[in-house]
Every structure is written in C-alpha cells, then in structure tokens.
Design a binder for this molecule. Structure first.
Ligand code: BES
Ligand code: ZN
Ligand code: ZN
Length: 460
C-alpha cells in the first residue's frame, strides 16, 4: 500500500468539494453557469456517494464533487480513494476544515488492502494534507488500525504465537520498549498453568508475551489481549462453520498491539505494559479435556466444562499477572464469546467495566470517534452459574443465556475491585463490506480507548 497521504508541499492537487444535501444549494449558487449546467446534466444533487468530475476549460479536471451524508462520520469519504482516478487531491467544502483529521483517517482506512497473498488493484489517489494538520496523529491512527487488520487477516499458519511474539519484539525495538516472553514448559515453572494447558496440544508452543514502555513515574496502563492463534474448540470441537473464521481468535491481541503501537508512536505520557497470552487451541493426544481441573496462577481452581471456552483460561493467568503490579488502569480485549455477538451484533464492541466513571468515558469516546461500544452488565446474580462440584469455578456456565456476562464474571474473579478494569468482548471482524471497512479483520475499540487515554493522560 502506498502512503495514502502527502504532507504539505507544493505538489499540484485536484480539489474535492464535499457536498451534503443540505449544503448543496449554497454550493450550487456559487458555481458559474457552465458548471451549473454540467451538474444538472449529470443529475448531481449531492446525494450520498455521488461523485462527479467537473471539467476545466483546458479539458482537464477542475475539481471533483462528492456527496456526503454527514461530515462528522469518520467514514464519510472512506470510499473515495478507491473510486478516484490516480492523482493528488485536497478536500474542501463547508465544515470540512474542522473535520479534516477524522476525514483523513477515514480516507487512510479506505486505502487499506490485505495484499500479502494476492495482488490487489492499486489505489493511487493520495490526499494532500495542509501543513497545519496533525500529520503524526493521522498517520499513526491509520497505521494502528491497519496493523490490527493485517494481524487478524493473516492465516493462522503464518500467525502463530511465535509470529505474534516477533511482532511485539519488533515494536519494542522500534520504540525503545522492553520485550520479554515465557515459552512452552517455562510457563509451568513460572506458574502460568492455564496458558500452558490450553496451548500444550499444539506444535506451536504457547507463550506469554510482554512489552514494557515509558517512564516508570507515569500512570501505569496495562493492556491484555487474547491471543488464541487458532481456535478449533479443542476436544469440544467446533462445527465447520464456527471454525471457519477462527484465525481471528487472536483479534484481542491484535487490538492490543495496534493500540500499543499508537500509544508509543504518539508518545502518550503513560507507563505501558502489554501482556499477550498466546496459544493455539489444538487437538492432539495431549489436549486438555472436559472435567480436568487447572489450578490457575491465582490459586483459584477451574474445572473445565468446555474446552472451547479457552480464551478466559489464557486470560485469567495474564490478568492475575497484570494485577500483581497494581496498574492504574487495566484493559483487556478478547474475541471471547459468540453470546456478545448475539447481544450487540458484530459491529459494536461489547464491554464490561468495574468502574462507573471509566465506563462512561468509554461510551462517550466511542461515540466521538465512530468506534461504537455498548456496555453489558457484570451482574453478580449470575455468579452462581459458574459453580463447580469439584473446583472453585467452572470455565463455562451451565446455561448459554447471558454467555458474555458469565464469561466476564469468570474473568472478574481474577481482578481485585480496586483496580479499574475494562473488558472488551469483540468480533474483530467485518462480516460485510462498509465504507472503509472491507470484509475481514477489523480494529475495534482502539480509537475509543485511545481517546479515553488521551483525555486522561495527555499533557494539555
Ligand atoms: N473464540 C470463541 C468466541 C467467538 C466465536 C467470538 C465467534 C467471536 C465469534 C470462544 O473461544 C468460544 O468458543 N466461546 C464459546 C464459549 C462457550 C463454549 C461457553 C462460545 O461463545 O460459544
Ligand atoms: Zn473457543
Ligand atoms: Zn476462542
């Protein structure tokens, strides 16, 4: 993918005027007669998605006009780069200036293509941004979301725990962070039994990947991401349709890596800690079984009711580890339950939170940056659904109803109430194509959380 942007400079560009149905009349009245005639002939009314080249007297293109519905939407022009002929463009129109940053981010996301295994038709339209715009921020936002998409889209065979680990190691190198990992049998000696147990049947060894970055004196934010590189379901094997997209089961890890990259590249003044429990939930003679009991890192014993509820197992050891250093904020991302998708659909990030102000910040931030979220309840009354006859808890409730809540309640066992904790249960995948959002891996909750962190911690 070519850089979707040109930052300032003298390069000639074609203006794209963004017009909405409501601003159309004002825009139209300012045109000369020939232009008015041209628009009328081409039935251009400013309807959303209408695109028209306005010819110059010399036969070239004087400008493009594009119908948009709502300039406040991050994806308002995300379809444009793929529709415009090769060239350099600038944006203009009523209200555009104040929304340039989010429009540019949408443009950048609209340029995303996953071309690792297939040649794609090149997108050759580039957006020239004025010197006054916040180039690093626009670039980093697009890069972070594209990074998450790439990681998720990459097939499991090429995105196993060792590959995730290499990505984190490289990020640490780029931003002068400290990278560490615990691999395979060492997970047992270092007391991460549930990460080990979920991953032990795979020829790709499980790991706990760690990255630390930033000044020790800054507020500590810990990010934890579910890194199940492929979820076959284990011995409770998934049916074919359910297994088909399970390369995306490291989607939580992908969000955490994208968000960490964003935080580090924009130098947010926090102390960042990233923990990624990475494993393949595979089937072999040494797979863990229903009925087995794991003594987790925290000491809590878990009876395996279902080997397909593996995400919460790798997460519980990582959350215990995270809480040992008492972070100021703890956030995890996971493609944890199908039930969350039934509750809010695939295009909204469900979240759970043990802290009211934080939950409210997430909700408003998600709205502001078009990264929709919805809170689900940590309803204490459902805790009894996780009772086991032989251990402290089961890993999967006795009923599928409220499945996202019971999974979150399981995780809450490993997080003390005095640590503000946010848990995302996400799809990390677009089932359908929308402007700037192709089918496949998707960044979900990255922009919303960055907005929260920036509001809380950025130097003003
Ligand atoms: N990775 C899945 C959850 C998932 C499936 C997320 C589809 C997004 C889309 C997870 O490991 C899983 O299999 N969960 C089970 C839990 C059940 C066994 C309690 C589920 O949701 O069915
Ligand atoms: Zn599963
Ligand atoms: Zn899973």
């Amino acid at each position: 993918m070519i850089d979707p942007f040109i930052y300032g400079g003298k390069e000639a560009s074609v203006p794209v005027t963004l017009v909405s149905s409501s601003s159309f009349n004002r825009f139209f009245n300012k045109l000369n007669d020939a232009q008015k005639h041209w628009l009328e002939q081409n039935h251009f009314t400013g309807k959303t998605g209408q695109l028209l080249a306005v010819p110059a007297v010399d036969g070239g293109i004087e400008k493009m006009v594009y119908g948009v519905c709502n300039l406040d939407n991050y994806y308002a022009i995300a379809d444009l780069p793929a529709r415009l002929p090769p060239g350099v463009y600038t944006l203009e129109g009523t209200g555009v200036k104040s929304r340039l940053e989010s429009l540019a981010i949408g443009w950048g996301l609209g340029c995303y293509q996953f071309d690792r295994y297939k040649k794609c038709k090149a997108i050759e339209a580039r957006l020239k941004l004025p010197n006054s715009s916040d180039h690093p921020r626009i670039h980093s936002m697009v890069a972070a979301c594209s990074r998450a998409r790439d990681l998720i889209n990459t097939p499991a065979e090429d995105m196993m725990p060792q590959h995730l680990s290499a990505v984190v190691a490289e990020l640490a190198q780029t931003y002068a962070g400290v990278y560490d990992e615990i691999v395979g049998d060492d997970l047992l000696s270092a007391n991460y039994p549930s990460i080990y147990t979920v991953g032990r049947a795979s020829i790709n060894q499980p790991r706990l990947i760690e990255l630390n970055w930033g000044d020790a004196g800054n507020p500590c934010v810990t990010l934890v991401g579910k890194g199940i590189c492929f979820d076959s379901g284990g011995l409770d094997i998934k049916p074919a349709a359910g297994m088909r997209t399970m390369k995306k089961d490291m989607g939580g890890a992908a969000q955490v890596i994208g968000l960490a990259q964003l935080i580090m590249s924009l130098e947010l003044p926090i102390r960042l800690r990233v923990l990624i429990p990475a494993a393949e939930n595979a089937i072999a003679g040494n797979s863990y079984r229903p009925g087995d009991v794991i003594k987790t890192r925290s000491g809590v014993t878990v009876e395996i009711d279902n080997t397909d509820a593996e995400g919460r197992l790798v997460l519980c050891d990582a959350l215990t580890e995270a809480c040992e250093s008492k972070p100021d904020l703890l956030i995890d991302y996971a493609t944890l339950t199908g039930a969350a998708r039934v509750a809010v659909g695939t295009e909204i990030s469900a979240f759970f939170c043990n802290n009211r102000p934080l939950a409210e910040e997430v909700r408003t931030a998600g709205e502001t940056v078009d990264d929709p979220t919805w809170e689900l309840p940590l309803h204490k009354g459902y805790r009894s659904l996780l009772e086991s006859h032989v251990a402290d808890t089961v890993n999967s409730a006795s009923t599928p109803f409220g499945g996202a809540t019971t999974a979150a309640l399981y995780l809450q066992n490993f997080v003390p109430d005095n640590i503000p904790w946010l848990h995302f249960d996400i799809m990390a995948w677009n089932n359908r194509k929308r402007a700037g959002r192709p089918i496949g891996g998707e960044a979900m909750g990255i922009r919303a959380v960055y907005e929260v962190l920036e509001k809380r911690y950025a130097a003003s």
